[in-house]
Design a protein around this ligand. Structure first.
Ligand code: NAD
Ligand code: DAO
Ligand code: ZN
Length: 369
């Protein structure tokens, strides 16, 4: 079938709006009509060429929601008409990783997903006979996409696509890092570096679990007001601090953060995030994705003296199990997604979404089809 998609033809070039050919779902796959998709920093990261897994030409996008329209042979867990959120971290419930219950990093289709193809090693997308690669197994910058059955979460049918699409990445990543990865407890002091779509969701997760001080750090003062709305209690702009940022944060938290979260992808900030943690027990969670080849460093004594460095992908969430619950939280008014959506636009304007992100003027632009 012909579908409308934003195609990443080359590194660093604006996306091209094209009529693309999409093959029907094969065994174990489903066809989904994407109704809305957010534009995340990670899409920009891949388009920039900094992503070692970036493959071109491809259809980016991984923060979507839509309606399942067709199933391939053998698909049993979902059916046409189901409302779904695509999962870039699938959940097969059968691989050693899923069965371990120690990680959400299902490996069932990891190799082919990283190569930009479906589990059988082929792509469903092409443009005038030229193969287009899938992206993160989701490719939501298209009004229709094909996904493995294990990479869709069935959600309630009354949830608005243009809001709950954000649960496909930013919301789950931020809140999940607090709840699943760090397991922040009531009364904890938390420092959040980077107040974009991820950082705001860390803040709302920290507030939800009853954190005490929630300190946000960002170079952009325009991020302050919304972060306060989400529950930030103190704002720190590193450019306005006289002296050392880490020392300032340690003082503000009476000895160091119980938990810190790096939501930028900057290896220097990752070090600050670790070192502002409390001696003996502070836990720092890396969420931001750094450029290819970059490395983190600290003095080992930081770890010897009890600070813990962790990482979190998709908030440690098991997508098919946890995503429907997060949708319920939104529908029950427990979390706020509405204020994350700063811009809504059609796919033809998707390059404006990238410009707004680079200028720091958006939290999330949502593309509606
Ligand atoms: P974003 O661009 O919307 O937000 C980043 C924020 O960091 C901005 O507000 C910016 O002003 C601020 N910032 C930049 N440099 C800074 C510095 N030196 N000090 C303080 N603040 C600084 O990005 P986002 O969509 O929120 O994504 C954040 C990061 O999380 C990205 O690296 C993205 O790739 C990553 N990410 C990770 C996962 C995961 O599962 N681990 C999932 C989604 C996104
Ligand atoms: O299983 O080896 C693996 C890696 C799975 C990829 C996890 C994604 C990490 C976060 C990237 C940013 C997502 C938008
Ligand atoms: Zn698995």
């Amino acid at each position: 079938m012909d579908v409308k998609a934003a195609v990443a033809l080359e590194v660093g070039k604006p996306l091209a709006i094209e009529t693309v050919q999409l093959e029907p779902p094969k065994a174990g796959e489903v066809l989904v009509e994407i109704k809305a998709t957010g534009v995340c920093h990670t899409d920009a990261y891949t388009l920039s060429g900094a992503d070692p897994e970036g493959i071109f030409p491809s259809i980016l996008g991984h923060e979507g929601a839509g309606v399942l329209v067709e199933v391939g042979e053998g698909v049993k867990s979902v059916a046409p008409g189901d409302h779904v959120i695509p999962l870039y971290t699938p959940e097969c419930r059968q691989c050693a990783y899923c069965l371990s219950m120690k990680t959400n990093l299902c490996q069932a289709i990891r190799a082919t997903q990283g190569q930009g193809v479906m589990p059988d090693g082929t792509s469903r997308f092409s443009l005038d006979g030229q193969k287009l690669f899938h992206y993160m197994g989701t490719s939501t910058f298209s009004n229709y996409t094909v996904l493995p059955e294990i990479a869709v979460a069935k959600i309630r049918s009354d949830a608005p696509f243009d809001k709950v699409c954000l649960i496909g990445c930013g919301v789950t990543t931020g809140i999940g890092a607090v709840v699943n990865t760090a397991k922040v407890e009531p009364g904890a002091n938390v420092v959040v570096f980077g107040l974009g779509g991820i950082g705001l969701n860390v803040i709302q997760g920290a507030k939800m679990v009853g954190a005490s001080k929630i300190i946000g750090v960002d170079l952009n003062p325009a991020k302050r007001a919304l972060a306060e709305k989400y529950g930030m209690t103190h704002f720190v702009n590193p450019q306005e601090i006289e002296g050392d940022l880490v020392a300032h944060l340690v003082e503000l938290t009476d000895g160091g953060a119980d938990y810190s979260f790096e939501c930028i992808g900057n290896v220097k900030v990752m070090r600050q995030a670790l070192e502002c943690c409390h001696k003996g027990w502070g836990v720092s969670v890396i969420i931001g994705v750094a450029g290819a080849g970059e490395e983190i460093s600290t003095r080992p004594f930081q770890l010897v003296t009890g600070r813990v460095w962790k990482g979190s992908a998709f908030g440690g969430a098991r997508g098919r199990t946890d995503v429907p619950t997060i949708v319920d939280w939104y529908m029950e008014g427990k979390i706020n997604l509405d204020d994350l959506v700063t811009h809504v636009m059609p796919i033809d304007k998707i390059n404006d979404a990238f410009d707004l992100m680079h200028k720091g003027e958006s939290i999330r632009s949502v593309i509606t089809f």
